[in-house]
Design a protein around this ligand. Structure first.
Ligand code: SAM
Length: 330
């Protein structure tokens, strides 16, 4: 049986984001409070075999061509290289990538490359140790930078860097971050802050918009927009700077929901058809109750069919999802 994950608006989901844990070793204020969160209880989390069963059904039956492991912090998941190796052994082989804060990547980059990992995205919002401590409530900047270097050395390329700018905290770092990435061959992407923090502290006024980011960068760099037909379903609007690519992800001010090809699996086995979905499909309990691969595929497809046309952040009636970003998988 082969089924495609197509929604009522004709969009096909081919890109699966899998959260491997909701835990994180940083406390970035746009994601969670300094004291952390109540983590999901261990028995509720998918085992490695359960994760791999769902990923296999996605790849073999439902047309998933890209698998991205995320979290929480996916490097905290024991046995990550083995999970990656089992994913790259699937047929047809999906592209496999990782979104990480980079802490621990200095050690794991090579084993992950050997397991078949194709690429990494590393989050880096500042190059200043004190700002890092303010923003992430941990003194780990050196570990992140070492992780980035190890990823590039291991050939997990293109190494992409995700940065979120926050008003009054790090917006003055747009230019230094770009300089740093250009000098090292990392592809920098600025992401607009979204209302996904556990504290519900997001405000439109405090978000640095894509236009503001572009204005800050234009003071020092010449940015050439890449033709929009090259964008496809990529969330980032791309620019060429000094011959290299950079991206601006304007999730709030220029939503790209019409081209969305993503579907998400949370660490506790819930399918979410959108980052901002308010409903989930519980594949974990269904799986533990013994349903067949075919039935799982059918439930998953039904969940995607129900995807709404847009995330709705700009609608007056918008309601933030109950789960914070760390528990959804960013
Ligand atoms: N721990 C990993 C990391 O730091 O990349 C993976 C999970 S994290 C939730 C994934 C990405 O989501 C990071 O690049 C992070 O900056 C971004 N993120 C988290 N909360 C966000 C928010 N409220 N708005 C925009 N991006 C956010």
């Amino acid at each position: 049986m082969r089924v495609r994950l197509v929604d009522a608006y004709g969009r096909q989901a081919t890109d699966l984001r899998v959260s491997l844990t909701d835990r994180c070793n940083l406390r970035c204020g746009y994601c969670m409070p300094p004291e952390g969160l109540d983590w999901l209880p261990k028995p509720s989390l998918l085992t490695d075999d359960e994760v791999l069963r769902l990923v296999r059904i996605g790849v073999e039956t439902l047309g998933i061509t890209e698998v991205r492991y995320t979290g929480g912090e996916p490097l905290l998941r024991r046995g990550l290289p083995e999970i990656v190796a089992r994913t790259t052994a699937l047929s047809p082989r999906p592209e496999v990538s990782l979104t990480t804060n980079g802490i621990g990547l200095a050690k794991l980059a090579r084993p992950l490359k050997d397991a078949g990992l194709d690429r990494v995205n590393v989050s880096l919002d500042t190059l200043d140790r004190d700002t890092f401590k303010t923003l992430a409530h941990r003194d780990r900047l050196a570990d992140v930078l070492a992780g980035l270097e190890a990823a590039a050395a291991a050939g997990l390329t293109p190494v992409k860097v995700n940065a979120v700018l926050l008003r009054g905290v790090n917006e003055h770092e747009a230019v230094p971050l770009l300089r740093y990435c250009l000098d090292r061959g990392y592809e920098l992407r600025f992401i607009e802050q979204m209302p996904l923090d556990a504290q519900h502290g997001w405000t439109r006024e405090n978000m640095i918009t894509a236009d503001e980011t572009l204005a800050l960068l234009s003071e020092r760099f010449e940015l050439e927009p890449e033709p929009s037909e090259l964008r496809g379903s990529a969330p980032a609007q791309a620019f060429v700077v000094e011959g290299a690519r950079i991206g601006i992800i304007a999730s709030v001010t220029r939503p790209f929901c019409g081209a969305c090809d993503r579907v998400r699996l949370t660490a506790d086995g819930q399918i979410r058809n959108c980052l901002f979905a308010r409903e989930e499909s519980n594949l974990r309990d269904a799986m533990r109750a013994g349903i067949s691969d075919e039935e799982i595929a059918g439930r998953w497809a039904a969940s995607v069919t129900a995807k709404l046309p847009g995330h709705g952040i700009n609608d007056p009636a918008f309601l933030q999802p109950d789960r914070p970003m760390s528990a959804i998988g960013g």
